[in-house]
Design a protein around this ligand. Sequence first.
Ligand code: ZN
Ligand code: ZN
Length: 97
Amino acid sequence: MTCGSSTSVPWSRAVLGSRWRCWTLKKEEEVESLESIKTLLSPCFLCQHRPRDGNIVHGRTAHLVACFRCARMLKKKRSPCPVCRKEIKMVIRTFMG
Ligand SMILES: [Zn+2]
Ligand SMILES: [Zn+2]
């Protein structure tokens, strides 16, 4: 008795299926790449809602971690930069171009 390891399953016939199936698979791929862009441009660390467009400026450097509204709120409260703890000199609205 031998354990047959070469089990030829006709997968190819099932996978090749119809053209419609191929199209849906491609669509899923596209959605996945969009999701990765979303994680790259993750929202404000404070409200987790609005996009990161409030640049927290300290000296010659700045940290872009919060939305404009939350960044301004931090400045108003005299809180330091949430990333490096430097004093916030100003908050500027950042536009992606
Ligand atoms: Zn925010
Ligand atoms: Zn900082």
